[in-house]
Design a protein around this ligand. Structure first.
Ligand code: HEC
Length: 126
């Protein structure tokens, strides 16, 4: 090997090392996604869904003249909205649905995941 070939070999080795090294850090978000910390194991209607909706939605979706003619005050009304797809569609700000809560902040990805889990488990009165 001539001197310049050795230098080249050393350079390529060093460059690949740096490249692989940085790839490890690039993938950190894939290895540890934010959702990993979201505990959806014990999500229930009584402990999560109802309190969240009471807090964020009841103001407009209750009473004699509810917004959008949608009542969200009890299990049958909330589960009907969940089963129609409108509840998750509007809360996840999916196009085709009105983003909710109107004039408020979008639910966190963890809260949306909890709601989705409850719906996928059958939107039970649990
Ligand atoms: C400030 C009042 C207000 C609040 C708070 C609010 N909504 Fe609404 N919501 C409305 C209005 C008004 C409409 C009808 C919008 C329209 O048809 O243009 C509506 C419509 C909806 C719809 C029907 C969406 C569709 O695309 O058909 C759903 C589902 C809904 N709201 C769920 C919720 C939920 C769940 C919350 C709480 C996280 C919430 N809303 C909070 C005012 C509100």
């Amino acid at each position: 090997m001539q001197a310049h070939q050795i230098i080249k070999a050393v350079f390529i080795t060093a460059a690949s090392f740096l490249l692989l090294h940085s790839c490890y850090y690039d993938n950190k978000t894939e290895l540890y996604p934010a959702g990993a910390a979201c505990d959806t194991a014990n999500v229930s209607f009584a402990t999560f869904v109802k309190p969240m909706i009471d807090k964020e939605c009841k103001l407009c979706h209750s009473g004699t003249n509810p917004s959008g003619v949608i009542l969200l005050t009890n299990y049958s009304e909330i589960s009907a909205s969940a089963n129609s797809g409108k509840l998750y569609g509007s809360l996840s700000w999916t196009s085709g649905y009105k983003p909710m809560p109107q004039g408020g902040n979008k639910w966190s990805s963890c809260d949306l995941l909890k709601l989705k889990t409850w719906i996928q488990n059958g939107a039970k009165n649990n």
